[in-house]
Design a protein around this ligand. Structure first.
Ligand SMILES: *[C@@H]1O[C@H](CO)[C@@H](O)[C@H](O)[C@H]1NC(C)=O
Length: 294
């Protein structure tokens, strides 16, 4: 098993940038050689990310229970908080090759640690998003700027990724226009965190913000708010002693992953109604969500 460096180690040595760079470069090349055939052709471009290995994809499938969407993963954070050494978030190809069913990912990052996903679901279910928008975002210009800078970073990375040689013979932008229409394609290219409009300062999907914080060494203020709130609720960023079964594809036997909220809700008319509304909203502006594949 490839062991990811614990983030605590990187933070300690971040006083010396050369050391950090050396560490992550070494990790990146060893992981590149250990990854044999990845379905995706694009190279990860997200800050502090390293390419996924086949083992990481197996972990992602285990974490999410989704096979095809998982093949669109291209990167993981260069270090992890997980005490078992598994990635807790993945960077996704915005336009995965058609052999992965060619869905478009409006969000670049996916939070995947099942315990963190569940904990953030609980935050959202408790109405934290409108509360924080009112209490913090609207009052705090520095926070607003941080949000918009993070949106801009995501748009920039998405555009850089799409400039890479596509597997399909057609031009990437043609494919996107075909799938989303002229207006949708434009929104897609400019979209920020979790597909948000780049001008927007309203928080939408906290999962993506936490994923961003995991990649960028907690270098986003929303991510810090989320981690503080999780800590207050007794959620550990490093997992639990026995949560390994959620992420280790080699573990067999009785195993029931925490159910992602969408799967539970899907049975209810409420979720179906939500999906329908989301589709309509997409015509005007890509909206974020927990299920970013369109
Ligand atoms: C699973 O088993 C394979 C084969 O023994 C091994 O190479 C791999 O590292 C194991 N994965 C984990 C997560 O332990």
């Amino acid at each position: 098993m490839r062991l990811l460096l614990p983030c605590s180690l990187l933070l300690v040595s971040s006083f010396n940038n050369d050391i950090v760079q050396g560490l992550s470069l070494e990790t990146a090349s060893s992981s590149a050689s250990s990854s044999s055939t990845s379905c995706s052709l694009r190279q990860t471009q997200f800050p502090n990310s390293i390419p996924v290995s086949d083992a990481d994809i197996a972990t992602l499938i285990r974490q999410t229970g989704q096979v095809n969407p998982s093949k669109a993963a291209i990167g993981i954070p260069s270090c992890t908080n997980c005490r078992h050494g598994f990635p807790q978030a993945f960077a996704m190809d915005p336009l995965p090759p058609s052999n992965t069913k060619g869905r478009i990912n409006s969000g670049l990052l996916k939070l995947t640690c099942p315990l963190l996903v569940q904990a953030v679901d609980a935050l959202e279910d408790d109405g934290i998003i409108p509360l924080w928008n009112d209490r913090y975002v609207k009052q705090d210009q520095v926070l607003q700027e941080d949000i918009q800078q993070t949106h801009a970073l995501h748009a920039q990375v998405r555009q850089k990724l799409l400039q890479q040689q596509p597997q399909q013979p057609e031009d990437n932008s043609d494919i996107i226009r075909q799938k989303l229409g002229e207006k949708g394609a434009e929104a897609f290219l400019r979209a920020g965190v979790a597909g948000s409009s780049p001008e927007s300062t309203d928080l939408k999907c906290l999962h993506a913000w936490l994923a961003d914080a995991l990649f960028r060494n907690n270098n986003n203020k929303v991510g810090n708010l989320i981690q503080k709130e999780l800590q207050a609720r007794g959620v550990s960023m490093t997992g639990t002693d026995d949560c390994r079964a959620y992420c280790d594809p080699n573990m067999t036997g009785a195993f029931s992953p925490p159910k992602p909220r969408n799967k539970q809700r899907l049975r209810t008319g409420k979720e179906l109604g939500r999906r329908k509304r989301r589709k309509q909203e997409l015509l005007q502006q890509l909206q974020p969500g927990d299920d970013d594949e369109l």
